[in-house]
Design a protein around this ligand. Structure first.
Ligand code: F6P
Length: 555
């Protein structure tokens, strides 16, 4: 057991004692006993309102959780992150995505370099380029304006820009369609290339490392496709890169003048604020992109300065710890009641699970409590007609984060009221449930025969007492989206500090990459050394038979 063992902390032990009472609480009773519960358990900052009253927490619970956060050093660690200490210790890197959204004029000197000034230089270039594409000043090789932008990237070089472009589609440039190709599966790129014209398409090759297999393969194939129409000399008008790796970008054939850089202190899943956000800057313009950054900065300021008790990211994180480590929930469902946030659950999958899906602490010792839960979800109301049955009556209570914007960006009458009514009704139903007596009374009122009622009571009862948070934005705008993403980033940070894991590395993705390389050679004709297990050998043999027309042999 590591000296850092969370379970030996006094606050953890106090929380365990507290939980032996809390486990019997009923949310209905908590609301009945306190008419101010909503006011007491809600907070607002940076344009986001958080209602966390529908969680099984009391003031004591929250105080104990804040004590835990302090004991684990959340505040000191937060300062270490903002000030550029190398808190990503396994990669010896600072973690400074917050600097990417700091306003012009702020300074952060590290190793004699003013990083903030560098950030703004790139931002200015990015904004200038985005505006040229938008205005039509940047053209394709025939002189036509760009109508389609294809972002080629994966993981953090895909999920953030795609989610944000979709979220802000109502304020996006009407002429320019955004496309995102990520999968090494050729069906992804092939289907897209059939729909765009080389003369009017701009490819953004987005990769922090510029070595990621999927991105490099898709970029090479896009380049080859382009060259069946245009010539080498036209490539510069149709391919730009976003990367930290100038050498690899140049070797690929992209002019470094058309490259937008960023830095090793920006993690992939935290990079939408950097030049990786280029598709968004083109979609909503340079000013819109700056609003997006400033919304996130507002949340950064709140996170850095507000006491933990009133700090939105800390509250979201602490309630999450309570649900995960004391109530034992193994997943969180994220339900944005806004169709434009359809990609937000997928974005959070990477943000949360690649960050905190870790099994060892900072010293490399096994963690002794459960870490990151599974993050999943879909938009409301769609999810209601798919998996909400399980949320209401399944055997594993799943906490839900409901997210809604009060003002829509469309003018269709009645829809917004229906949407919000569904959102609020779902959290109410999860919290209240429906007792057997309530079911009986309802069915009796309908005139149903007593034996039929008794046969149905259990099926129509809802256990309730299921926790949820509700996050409300005034409207989905560049600024509120920026604040929402930053809120979750900092939530992840706080949880990582409490669990004692490094939220900023991702070694767990490496093994599969290495094995895939060897298998790819074998599938392409290199002899199958039979070095794998029987299952993997068998699968390779079947695929070789299909791809190389080779007979099946026992490996
Ligand atoms: O799969 C792991 C990962 O390194 C992610 O963390 C990252 O966002 C993604 O791959 C893409 O990496 P790159 O931007 O270097 O292509």
């Amino acid at each position: 057991m590591s000296a850092n063992d969370l379970r030996s902390s006094p606050a953890w032990t106090a929380l365990q004692r507290h939980f032996s009472d809390a486990r019997d609480w009923r949310l209905r009773d908590l609301f009945n006993a306190d008419s101010h519960r909503f006011q007491s358990f809600s907070e607002q900052a940076a344009g986001i309102f958080l209602d966390y009253s529908k969680n099984l927490v009391s003031r004591d619970t929250m105080d104990l959780l804040c004590t835990l956060a302090r004991e684990r050093g959340v505040e000191a660690r937060r300062e270490a992150m903002f000030s550029g200490e190398k808190i990503n210790h396994t990669e010896q890197r600072a973690v400074l995505h917050t600097l990417l959204r700091a306003p012009r004029g702020e300074q952060l000197m590290i190793d004699g370099q003013d990083l903030a000034a560098e950030v703004h230089q790139v931002l200015d270039r990015l904004g200038h380029f985005a505006e040229r594409v938008r205005s039509g000043a940047w053209t394709g090789y025939t002189g036509e304006q760009i109508t389609d932008v294809v972002n080629i990237g994966i993981g953090g070089s895909y999920l953030g820009p795609k989610m944000a472009c979709q979220a802000l589609r109502s304020v996006s440039h009407p002429r320019i369609a955004m496309h995102f190709v990520s999968n090494v599966d050729g069906h992804d790129l092939d289907a897209l290339l059939a729909r765009v014209k080389p003369e009017t398409t701009l490819f953004i090759v987005a990769s922090k490392t510029f070595t990621t297999q999927e991105t490099m393969m898709n970029a090479q194939s896009a380049r080859a496709w382009f060259l069946t129409h245009g010539e080498e000399k036209h490539l510069a008008q149709h391919f730009v890169a976003v990367s930290t790796n100038t050498k690899a970008v140049t070797e690929f054939g992209i002019d470094p003048a058309n490259m937008f850089g960023f830095w090793d202190w920006v993690g992939g899943r935290y990079s939408v604020w950097s030049a990786i956000g280029l598709p968004l800057a083109i979609a909503i313009g340079a000013d819109g992109f700056r609003e997006f950054l400033s919304g996130a900065h507002g949340m950064d300021q709140h996170f850095r300065s507000a006491p933990l008790e009133r700090n939105l990211p800390a509250i979201l994180a602490l309630v999450g710890i309570w649900n995960r480590n004391f109530l034992g929930s193994t997943s969180i469902s994220v339900a944005p009641y806004h169709q434009d946030l359809a990609s937000f659950p997928g974005y959070l999958e990477q943000l949360e699970m690649e960050s905190n899906g870790k099994g060892v602490d900072l010293d490399g010792a096994p963690v002794t409590v459960a870490t990151c839960p599974v993050i999943w979800g879909d938009t409301g109301t769609n999810g209601q007609h798919a998996y909400f049955q399980m949320l209401h009556q399944g055997t594993d209570p799943v906490p839900v984060d409901f997210i809604a914007a009060l003002q829509p960006s469309h003018a269709l009458p009645g829809h917004q009221e229906a949407l919000l009514a569904n959102c609020f009704a779902q959290s109410e139903a999860l919290m209240r449930g429906k007792t057997g007596d309530e079911v009986r009374a309802e069915l009796q009122a309908q005139g149903m025969a007593p034996d039929r009622i008794e046969a149905l009571v259990a099926h129509r009862t809802f256990p309730g007492n299921r926790p949820s948070n509700t996050l409300l934005l005034d409207a989905l705008t560049p600024a509120s989206l920026g604040a929402l993403i930053a809120l979750y980033e900092h939530k992840v940070f706080v949880q990582g500090v409490i669990w004692g894991v490094n939220s900023f590395d991702q070694w767990g993705v490496e093994l599969g990459k290495v094995l895939a390389k060897a298998i790819q050679h074998e599938l392409s004709g290199a002899p199958n050394a039979g070095a794998h297990d029987a299952s993997t050998n068998g699968l390779i043999a079947r695929a070789r038979q299909a791809l190389l027309a080779q007979p099946l042999t026992d490996a």
